[in-house]
Design a protein around this ligand. Structure first.
Ligand SMILES: C[S@@+](CC[C@H](N)C(=O)[O-])C[C@H]1O[C@@H](n2cnc3c(N)ncnc32)[C@H](O)[C@@H]1O
Length: 208
């Protein structure tokens, strides 16, 4: 897909409604994330979407900065900062390689439902490592669609070829774990399949 931001802009409003509808899932995920955060943490939420997870953990940390390539997603997230009167969260339309993001400036980086959308995972994990402070944590969840049946994988590949949907990478669980640990100085602390959807993998990794 030539410009993925166009796709995410188009679906931003319905994506936001959908995540509010799945409130129980959202609260469960927020609870899991919070277990790995401290009140003094400066946190980056990479590919924050409409900001529900970032805002859900904002009262547990010192500050949270959400970034996303879709201006529409960022607009919706930023409006919530004002509506909910949150004073330690901000959202910016940018990507992970923005030079304004300073090396070793984050205690934790969240990345939910984005790794399968990016093609150069080695470069991405190196950058995540660069942005984390020593002992910093990567907290992420990724659909590992390589664990699905061949019909689903075939449909995903076909959808990507239409150029109407973003290209999706079908990680297997072991492959995702290996890409995190082999390409950077990140070490796995926790790796757990979601109780409802076994292919969705929640990972916490620490920078050593
Ligand atoms: C499936 S949504 C996940 C949103 C949010 N993290 C969540 O868990 O609800 C994927 C998000 O990734 C963003 N995205 C995709 N590629 C990106 C990139 N290279 N840099 C930043 N954001 C990206 C999209 O705009 C979209 O908001």
């Amino acid at each position: 897909m030539r410009d993925p931001a166009r796709f995410w802009n188009r679906i931003a409003k319905s994506y936001d409604k959908q995540s509010k509808r799945k409130r129980e899932n959202l609260l469960r995920t927020i609870e899991k994330i919070r277990c790995h955060l401290d009140p003094t943490d400066r946190v980056l939420d990479f590919a924050c979407g409409t900001g529900e997870k970032a805002l859900g953990v904002s009262d547990y940390v010192q500050s949270i900065h959400g970034i996303d390539l879709s201006p529409r997603m960022i607009e919706i997230a930023s409006a919530k900062v004002t509506d909910r009167k949150v004073d330690n969260a901000r959202f910016t339309r940018t990507d992970l390689f923005d030079a304004a993001l300073e090396p070793e400036s984050y205690d934790a980086i969240m990345a939910f439902y984005v790794f399968h959308l990016l093609d150069d995972s080695a470069r991405m994990f190196e950058r995540i490592c660069e942005l984390l402070k020593p002992d910093g944590r990567l907290i992420c969840e990724t659909p590992c669609l390589g664990e699905s049946g061949s019909a689903i994988r075939w449909l995903i590949a076909l959808a990507g070829k239409t150029r109407l949907l973003p290209t999706v990478r079908c990680f297997e669980i072991a492959e995702l774990e290996a890409s995190i640990t082999s390409t950077s100085s990140l070490r796995l602390v926790e790796s757990e399949s979601d109780a409802e959807n076994r292919n969705h993998l929640f990972i916490v990794a620490k920078k050593i």
